[in-house]
Design a protein. Structure first.
Length: 291
């Protein structure tokens, strides 16, 4: 594995590990407080990086409007739905459901951007539907810790992230990456401010060094480091190849849930994971070019 592939894999491993971290944080802190502090910490790290790499760039009105929508869907909706969902379901099931993202993005691209979906894209969507059905089957059994409502909220988070991806795709190249990310985090912090200020008193719980370390890890890896690693890898690897590395996300989430949170893997979980992993690989594997 070369350096670019290592960066792509590391990025998705961090995102997958953050599912278990988010589960631990959501069980101990208000959701709005987690998101607010995460955004503020990300801004504190990104601001000097932006001034160093990009300088003081002021986006135009259209770019700012697009960044605001990205913040609404990619930060607020995604994190609120994910954290709220993880309070009700397991990190294992949450991580598996996140693997539906490529299929949801494909459907969104067809519906909103009018992009053509090839046959294997529809096959990936069908596999993703089968994987979700397996997770629903797991909930109909005697498994503990999960819930249909929690899983539905995690899927809503996937829809929010898919909307963010499509908005970012529409505005690709209009702003430097770090500048766009900083403005999105600023908008996100402003959007959640009214919700997390009333919960500010619970910040005293961060006196627990383990909880504080988890929050710092969550903020700095999910909002900054994973992003820099991903786009750093994209500079030297084709986008099609990069998509294959998204398979590390559900695999890492499942491993962390089992190893660190003590969650159990059932046959239905294994079936859902296999179907969704196949869906991701089918949706992102680069096409063969004819000579």
């Amino acid at each position: 594995m070369n350096a670019a592939h290592a960066q792509l894999a590391a990025s998705m491993i961090l995102v997958g590990a953050n599912v278990a971290v988010a589960k631990a944080l959501a069980d101990a802190l208000p959701v709005s407080l987690i998101i607010g502090l995460r955004c503020l910490l990300a801004c504190a790290v990104l601001l000097p990086l932006v001034l160093w790499r990009d300088g003081a760039v002021l986006p135009g009105r259209r770019a700012l409007a697009n960044l605001l929508l990205q913040a609404v869907f990619g930060t607020v909706l995604y994190n609120v739905a994910l954290l709220a969902g993880l309070r009700l379901t397991t990190a294992l099931e949450g991580g598996i459901i996140l693997a539906t993202l490529p299929a949801v993005v494909a459907l969104g691209s067809a519906a909103w951007l009018r992009e053509h979906i090839p046959q294997r894209g529809w096959a990936a969507v069908a596999l993703a539907a089968g994987g979700m059905a397996a997770i629903v089957l797991a909930r109909s059994g005697a498994g503990e810790g999960g819930s249909l409502l929690g899983n539905a909220l995690v899927f809503l988070a996937v829809c929010g992230e898919a909307a963010y991806v499509l908005l970012a795709k529409r505005a690709a190249g209009t702003l430097p990456l770090l500048t766009a990310t900083l403005w999105m985090q600023v908008f996100s912090a402003a959007l959640v401010l009214p919700a997390w200020l009333p919960e500010a008193g619970t910040i005293a719980r961060l006196a627990d060094p383990v909880l504080l370390a988890l929050l710092l890890f969550h903020a700095l890896t999910a909002s900054v480091l994973a992003l820099l690693l991903w786009y750093g890898g994209l500079r030297r690897a084709p986008a099609g190849i990069a998509g294959v590395f998204t398979a590390f996300l559900p695999a890492t989430a499942a491993a962390c849930a089992i190893l660190f949170l003590g969650e159990a893997l059932t046959t239905a979980h294994a079936l859902g994971f296999a179907l969704l992993l196949a869906s991701m690989l089918l949706a992102t594997w680069p096409s063969r070019r004819r000579a």
